[in-house]
Design a protein around this ligand. Structure first.
Ligand code: FAD
Length: 409
């Protein structure tokens, strides 16, 4: 009898302790929690805080820049084939121009241009069609390039390498980690908090109720999913189907060389997607290939890819024959791919208080300044207003109305 009594008292103490602990853990609240502190989450945090939103909390499960943002090469372009992507780039470009004054760091924007090269008439026709979309969307300085002009824009390209192309001089390069650092720092100065913990969104009765980490439950009515390639999993935990999946991309890096100038435009061969640029005195070589792996989130560098890359590199740019690759400097990372390669932006269908800023499909750094502002408008105003982002609505997948995807741009 006495033993039963003692056990019961111990159990009651345990329950009270759990309840008390639970109350303690529920004690923290945030008005908006952003899951993911890469460049997109950082931009959302800054834009919310800059508009006066209090109690913004960014949670990232890794260190700063350890997601895709730290793996990006830093290309910036407005040459896309859909109106919405061109407009995202133009908005982002305007914001990059005032970034240093507004945010406090140099985003490293260098307008060295993007040169797209076609080797077939179909490819050229697709580039020309894209130029029509671009000009209609407000990109004034893009032009169609004749074969003879290619060498003026990039002398390393052989004269017979292309039947034409397109060029935009204000495309160019940015510094992904500086943009991330700038937005996170500015958001913090405006009162936002940035913490490192894995988080999941808790939904009750169809609306956001909290965010849970290993250590605590934070009460909130608003969550922004900015989890990059992991966004599908974060959405699934909230009961939302978000078709964003990771796709591995690799970058080969030469030893320091003066073979090609830093000011060379990003040069893209539409035929096979091979492209190259110069960064910090090294040539970065990229080629999108299937890289099979059992783990979809694997980011180990696949050395076998180098053979295919190098044969393409020397075929397109003979000057690179004999160039040595610094294998220790090469890297792999993940694109956050949506089915139509366009971002997914807005309120999540079916869960009140959950917003999506995902799926940029390899353009997330360049579009982050725009996406952050537009996501803040979604949260604070109920809809994005600066540009028309209907094409990015999360519901388009369920509706079966995807954006056109040219396969070229
Ligand atoms: C090789 C390569 C080259 C690229 N080049 C360019 C380029 O030239 N230009 C360009 O614009 N883009 C480029 N990109 C794409 C660009 O990197 C991404 O579009 C961009 O970084 C996406 O930013 P993000 O903030 O959405 O994602 P991320 O930077 O991946 O941030 C997401 C964050 O979410 C965190 N997270 C995930 N799950 C959780 C969780 N449950 N709880 C807490 N935190 C979580 C992760 O730790 C991560 O830090 C490139 C990508 C690669 C791989």
């Amino acid at each position: 009898m006495a033993l039963r009594h003692l056990l019961r008292r111990a159990w009651m103490r345990h329950r009270h302790a759990e309840e008390y602990d639970g109350e303690q853990r529920m004690a923290r609240t945030a008005d908006v929690v952003i899951i993911g502190g890469g460049v997109v989450g950082a931009s959302v945090a800054y834009h919310l805080a800059a508009r006066g939103q209090k109690q913004v909390l960014v949670l990232d499960r890794a260190g700063q820049g350890l997601g895709s943002t730290g793996r990006a090469t830093g290309g910036f372009r407005a040459q896309f084939s859909t109106r919405v992507n061109v407009q995202l780039s133009l908005l982002a470009r305007d914001k990059l121009a005032t970034f240093r004054d507004e945010v406090g760091t140099d985003p490293g924007y260098r307008p060295y241009g993007y040169l797209f090269l076609a080797s077939t008439h179909d490819q050229l026709a697709a580039l020309q069609a894209a130029v029509t979309v671009q000009q209609d969307a407000g990109l004034r300085d893009v032009k169609i390039v004749a074969p003879g002009e290619v060498a003026d824009l990039n002398p390393a390209v052989p004269r017979d390498a292309a039947i034409g192309g397109t060029y935009s001089p204000r495309d160019g390069f940015i510094r992904p980690l500086e943009i991330l650092r700038g937005y996170l720092g500015a958001a913090q100065r405006l009162g936002a908090r940035v913490e490192f913990a894995a988080a999941r969104c808790i939904v009750e009765s169809g609306r956001v109720a909290a965010v849970r980490t290993d250590a605590e439950t934070i009460s909130t009515r608003c969550v922004v999913n900015a989890a990059g390639p992991w966004a599908g999993a974060v959405a699934a935990e909230a009961g939302v189907d978000l078709p964003v999946r990771p796709v591995k991309r690799q970058v080969a890096v030469t030893y320091p060389t003066t073979l090609l100038p830093e000011q060379m435009p990003m040069t893209i061969f539409v035929d096979d997607g091979f492209h190259l640029r110069v960064r910090d005195g090294r040539v970065l070589l990229l080629w999108p290939a299937d890289l099979p792996s059992d783990d979809p989130f694997d980011t180990t560098f696949d050395v076998a890819w180098l053979d295919g890359l190098l044969s393409r590199a020397t075929a397109h740019i003979p000057l690179l024959r004999g160039v040595e690759i610094d294998r220790a400097a090469c890297w792999a990372g993940l694109y956050e791919m949506s089915p139509d390669r366009h971002a997914v932006l807005g309120a999540a269908p079916g869960v009140q208080g959950l917003y999506l800023a995902n799926g940029s499909s390899g353009h997330g750094v360049m579009h982050a300044p725009a996406l952050g502002q537009l996501a803040a408008e979604c949260v604070l105003d109920g809809a994005a207003t600066t540009i028309d982002v209907h094409a990015l609505r999360p519901a388009r997948f369920a509706e079966g109305r995807l954006n056109p995807e040219s396969g070229v741009l």
